[in-house]
Design a protein around this ligand. Sequence first.
Ligand code: 5GP
Length: 179
Amino acid sequence: MQTIQIKDKLFNQYITEAQIQTRIQEIVSELSEKYKDKNPVFVVVLRGAFMFASDILKKFNYPCEIEFVKLSSYTGMQSTGKINMLLPLKEEIVKNRDVIIIEDIVDSGLTMDFFVSYVKGLEPKSVSLISFLYKPENLQKDVKIDIVGFTIPDLFVVGYGLDFDGEGRNLSAVYQLAV
Ligand code: 5GP
């Protein structure tokens, strides 16, 4: 097993780059089938979803627009439960459009519960949510995720866009905190 150190913590490799890329292909096939003639708006949630979104969007070979939002997130390994829009969504782009939110991970669900409701309030034609990772054990809100990359246990992970105190986002695989 490949183990890495970030700051004072050890992490074991949990999802390989090959597994991720295989899943990306499946997700893109599903999205292409559903949205090829819909000119959807992908809303990428920064910063954690940047790599996942980039891999998906490079392979989605149909007309689309791409927007970015930044929502406040964890500091260290604790969720505060308070969500702020640090980079807001351009509201006029969403109205009457098919919107696909791309998120890195749904954990408590507080972030996406807030954000999906917010987007729905902007009168889109439809809203769907794709999350690279999903930790069902921790869910506090009934968030409907249309496409999940991988369902994982309630352990802190880094890599493939996700950080630990600012580091590890550039890793092309996912690593789980060693316990
Ligand atoms: P939620 O609001 O669902 O509890 O949390 C969502 C956000 O928490 C994610 O977008 C992500 O930034 C952060 N998060 C949750 N679990 C993890 C984790 O295991 N690792 C990292 N790096 N971030 C996480």
